[in-house]
Write a protein of this length. Structure first.
Length: 78
């Protein structure tokens, strides 16, 4: 949801856009840390770690790429 807000604010080039992009980036970083913590944690079964990779890995990569595109768009607006 934070990403959607950041995207809208960036598209409209509002005064809140930079702060919203920062918040979206922070949320993405926390999500990535959580994901890494699960897939690297040997306390989870191999099956559980693979399930998380399968279900969440691609979506996280998509969000990271979308965040890069959003930040590039913001740089081009300056």
């Amino acid at each position: 949801m934070q990403f959607e807000i950041a995207a809208e604010e960036t598209e409209e080039n509002t005064i809140y856009a930079a702060d919203d992009r920062t918040a979206a980036r922070e949320h993405l970083e926390k999500l990535q840390e959580t994901y890494d913590g699960i897939v690297d944690n040997l306390n989870y079964t191999a099956e559980a770690r693979e399930e998380v990779k399968r279900r969440a890995g691609q979506r996280i990569r998509e969000l990271a790429k979308a965040m890069e595109v959003l930040e590039e768009k913001a740089r081009s607006q300056d």
